[in-house]
Design a protein around this ligand. Structure first.
Ligand code: PEP
Ligand code: MN
Length: 336
């Protein structure tokens, strides 16, 4: 339930409502807005009897919200959120953030080269996987902690904040030491225990949409993180599983404007995993920005033909630089 206060409600009246909500056994989350304060009621299993609350001084109305996600919704938090990752900002009013780098961290040389290339082309963040969720167990599984060290080094050398995937709770401590942002991958979007632990950290989180997750499930997964206290969540559409086999996944671009209506969290698009094809990455990147994405995550490898993972969808450094040139013109046109 959401309690909307009058615009003239006093601090004492807001505090009284919070105390009453807590006396009823629920958690109260005040959400200050530009016009009025709202108070989210959390922790209820079903319908909340609002008869006491409705009549408290300063209360304008109560709204019953029966969605599995509340804190990430616009009902609870009408103002858009901006997520800051070591100075790089995702959200409304900010220039879309371009994250680029290889699928996996392979060697120091590969990572440093990739970092230099993407930085020179204008990327604002660097990506690279050290713990890789591979479909089969006989493929490259990532360099683990050694990879994290290389990623940190490449990030520092290029001056770019780094994002990398966490697959298991036990990896969280070490990844938090080396990375600026935690990625929860598509395969773990509904690993609820992992989401809760990620929610207890203070690291910003890039939450990717599960390959067959509905938008409601996607937002409910974000809610798990936010409900634990970590509000710094950026969503990422990376394509969903459909009957179509010509592309690796089906890029569901309509979720971008839709999520922007439903949630205050920023949303970015990963055209690399969405299409699986280098030739489609550039045009879908631009389409995502036109749809209103707050950023892009693009796989770039210095030598895609030799990549240990996802070479077919990786841009070369030159290909990425070309795309960034086009993006810069597009962003101007879009008014960024
Ligand atoms: C990735 O970004 O490296 C990755 C594995 O993506 P996804 O979880 O979207 O498949
Ligand atoms: Mn990949």
């Amino acid at each position: 339930m959401l309690i909307v206060m009058h615009h003239h409600a006093t601090r004492a009246q807001i505090d009284q409502v919070i105390a009453t909500v807590e006396e009823l056994g629920y958690r109260a989350e005040p959400i200050p807005g530009s016009l009025r304060t709202a108070i989210g009621v959390l922790g209820n299993q079903g319908y909340v009897d609002d008869s006491t609350i409705r009549n408290l001084p300063g209360v304008r109305e109560t709204i019953h919200v029966s969605k599995p996600y509340k804190m990430v919704s616009r009902d609870f938090h009408p103002e858009p959120s901006v997520v800051d990752v070591s100075g790089v900002r995702f959200g409304d009013g900010e220039k879309p953030v371009i994250i680029a780098g290889p699928c996996s961290i392979e060697t120091e040389q590969q990572m440093l080269e990739a970092a230099t290339q993407v930085k020179a082309a204008g990327a604002q963040m660097l990506r690279g996987g050290a713990f890789k969720p591979r479909t089969g167990p006989h493929t490259f599984q990532g360099l683990g902690v050694e990879g994290l060290k290389i990623l940190q080094q490449a990030g520092r050398a290029s001056g770019l904040p780094v994002v990398t995937e966490v697959m298991r709770i036990e990896q969280l401590d070490v990844i938090c030491r080396y990375a600026d942002m935690l990625q929860v991958g598509a395969r773990n979007m509904q690993n609820f225990d992992l989401l809760k632990e990620v929610g207890k950290t203070e690291h910003p989180v890039l939450l990717k949409r599960g390959m067959s997750a509905t938008i409601e499930e996607f937002l409910a997964a974000a809610e798990y993180i936010v409900a634990e206290g970590n509000k710094r969540v950026v969503l990422c559409e990376r394509g969903i599983r459909t009957f179509e086999k010509a592309t690796r996944n089906t890029l569901d671009l309509s979720v971008v404007p839709l999520i922007r209506e439903m949630s205050h969290l920023p949303i970015i698009v990963d055209p690399s995993h969405a299409t699986g094809k280098r030739s489609l990455v550039s045009v879908m990147s631009k389409a995502a920005l036109v749809a209103g994405a707050h950023g892009l995550m693009i796989e770039v490898h210095p030598d895609p033909a030799k990549a240990l993972c996802d070479g077919a969808q990786s841009l070369t450094g030159a290909g990425f630089a070309e795309l960034m040139g086009e993006i810069s013109g597009l962003l101007q046109y879009l008014g960024h």
